[in-house]
Design a protein around this ligand. Sequence first.
Ligand code: TPP
Ligand code: MG
Length: 780
Amino acid sequence: MLTQENSLQGTPEQIRYLKDLERKVLWLSVWMIHHANHLRPARDGLKVGGHQASSASVATLMTALYFDALRPTDRVAVKPHASPVFHAIQYLLGNQSEDQLARFRGFGGAQSYPSRTKDADDVDFSTGSVGLGVAMTSFASLVQDYIRLKNFGPEREPGRMIAVAGDAEFDEGNLFEALVEGWKHDVRNVWWIIDYNRQSLDAVMVGRFSDRLERFFRNLDWRVEVLKYGHLLTAAFQRPGGDALQHWIDTADNSRYSALAYRGGAAWRKELISDLGDTQGIRPLLDEHDDEALGRLMTNLGGHDMETVCEAFRAVPDDQPTCFIAYTIKGYGLPLAGHKDNHAGILTPDQMTAFKKQMQVSDGEEWDQFSGLETPAEELRMFLDAVPFGRSEARRHRAPRIDVPSRFEPPSGDKLSTQEAFGRFLSDLARRHPDLADRVVTSSPDVTVSTGLGSWLNRRAIFSRHDQGDHFKDERILSALNWKMSTQGQHIELGIAENNLFLLLAALGLSAPLFGERLLPIGTVYDPFISRGLDAFNYACYQDARFIVVGTPSGISLAAEGGAHQSVYEPLIGLAQPGLTSFEPAYADELCEMMRWSFEHLQADDGGAVYLRLSTRPIAQPSREFTGALARDVTEGGYWLVSPGNQTTLGIVASGAVLPEAIEAHRQITEDEPDAGLLVITSVDRLYRGWTDSCRGPLDGPPSHVSRLLEALPATAGLVTAIDGHPSTLSWLASVRPHRVVPLGVDRFGQSGDLPDLYREYGLDAKAMVAAAARLLVDG
Ligand SMILES: Cc1ncc(C[n+]2csc(CCOP(=O)(O)OP(=O)(O)O)c2C)c(N)n1
Ligand SMILES: [Mg+2]
């Protein structure tokens, strides 16, 4: 019969299987990198480093996780440099091919860092930029609960959102931002397994960090399990002299301990004799261990001890967020172990030969799943077949499409800003298209009201895992806002941390493949503070998350707010960011069409995320019929507001909030140049992509939208472009056809002022546009 302890740890037989698999995982990870360096050397001669030591550090933890602890609904973010371990595990589970492993880090092969979009073996969360993957798990858990509490789809057992984190990831502030936000939202079912090897890329880190981390987590109501010692050391501590031995290890300087781990058994013996030789019980302990056994004993840390790790994972009784601080040695089991420079270290061919012998792998059997292991292959195969995680059905879900109407009625009003139009669009959506609106979820880092989400909030309320009333409302204190929180709310309010916004959008934007339910996430942020979350933004796009981010207000059109809040180069981000389509509307009807297009794009197989750059500047709305042709032009990127005549020498081109100045400049110019045209750019990004695609396409392929638009101008004409952002955003229009361009925009820090003053100062008023046109005519 199993004792309670045994059942927690796993049976001796299970532990034996797991240890065998751990050995194979380590072998394959190390071999993958060796193969990439020595047997499939890159043609550029660059070495592949940075993986062997980091992989060895987590081989035990990840073996226990994937082959024992994980359930099919669990999701994992694997620390970047443990990519080989992840691929090796998936290989053993039959989800990864030998070919992919053999081409690790090569073109088309398994990726250096686990990638949702590029890897073939079902990566849950991409990683690479340290800190982001870890934090992502907390937001994924929130999204899982959001879906569960709304009763979307069939009831599913909640999975645990798990990060295998490097300890140096905790130098990234975004982790602490995420921890605090997670605490506020009472996230559940999150595990962070910290590979506490006390090493980062450059060096051995300062010791004593473990207890700081522990306190931090406990402060935020996490359970903390410190896996410091394995069962060998724990047993040694029970013997005579054990207290002294434990004290010696506990107080040893990190660098000293690491150096000894590198130097091995004889060095341990020498130092222990020198420091503890006179302590009763130590000599017999040393005498019982040869050098190899002594090295194994002294490096028997919790994170390398299968029994300890399995027991810790199995013992978690509930959904309380849990952090495991697992002591490990970077490079454990390899000749690189503990060396401070081992991050990029690679085993030399001689070391590899010795390691191969130690692993009992024969020539030609390097990729074999079971060679050199104690357990017969058949038995291990049966064990692997029964692994709960391995038996999972398809883990990448496909969610049904949500219907989007073919047209949205724009909000009425003679003068509107795009931000106001956006707020009213959402509010109308909630009223007129309730089914679609049910799948919309909004979020904002403390700028909900000031980015225009107020009326949406009043209709759809705030999400919370626990129902909470609106105290101000209950007390009948007058307020324009309903701040009621409930499981049915559809706005996730965040504290001020733009990284968190983008990580939440990443998680919301992956709800379909991760949790089988489609959401249409919309985040709002002041446009300049996109930069604050830019790496997380890029991270979200990199893994193909589907969301809309609204940057508002933007540019110097924000006038009185001054340079600290005025965005300058964000249009270039919108232009250059892969996985993202950006728009900058001027009018409310354009915005509504962009929203329609975006809801479709978010759901398309080849779709992506969307960025809308909006403004608080009210501008006079055109009274026009929004025809199908205009709708197409708007989403293709631009249209002639005033078509040019075929004799013209000039086109005025404007995007977004500066359109009234462009209209005025155009009016003045047509007094002398009646054929001048006025082009409105709704998406410089769509125009640019269409143009570059057609440049790469067949010579007789259809012209791009921008090429068609500019075709209306004679070759001798010039363009004055204007945007409330960096002028280079539109200057490339000079390359499409033979038209010269004078690009106007903002290329200095902004400042406070009113609009006429600022547009004059930065050269964006009608006068500046007319002057630019004159220059073109004179130069021409
Ligand atoms: C944002 C970011 N900055 C820098 C790097 C380069 N880098 C990769 S791994 C690493 C150190 C990682 O240390 P740790 O997380 O402790 O993992 P270990 O190497 O110990 O396995 C650094 C600085 C990165 N990947 N991402
Ligand atoms: Mg580390």
